[in-house]
Design a protein around this ligand. Sequence first.
Ligand SMILES: [Zn+2]
Length: 155
Amino acid sequence: MHEYSLAYGLLEALVEHLRTHPVDGMVRTVHVRKGELVILSEEAIKEAWRILSEDTPLRGSELAFEVVRTRVRCRSCSYDGAAERLAPEEAWHMNIPSLACPSCGARVDIVEGKELAAVSLSVDELSECGPSPPTSDAPKGAPAREAGRPEAQGR
Ligand SMILES: [Zn+2]
């Protein structure tokens, strides 16, 4: 399933990212930039995400999409901006349409509109409210010192 592999790709990259940049808390929302030209079912990819993320530090998180408009650059006239769709409307939903320069009609390079990438995370701090969060198995740093009495030094 198409959405499954997309979700898997996102997840793999994020898990790797979290390995090197751990967050302090539970990831609630994963904000994803989705190019206009990326054809997917948001429901399907969210469902895939729920299943795939279960055994990862991202379990319980949700995907939130921000759609990125298509931007193209023309090689012949150096136009830079929105594109003109050549494909008929029905085909638009089925596959990547051919795009042409609105100013000169030449074929264009797609600058934006094809990406699918996680850009940020919303994290619930563990210290914040909520019923005692599950203690994760992240033994980083020394355990917080008990507020013991300071050694009485000196006389
Ligand atoms: Zn052009």
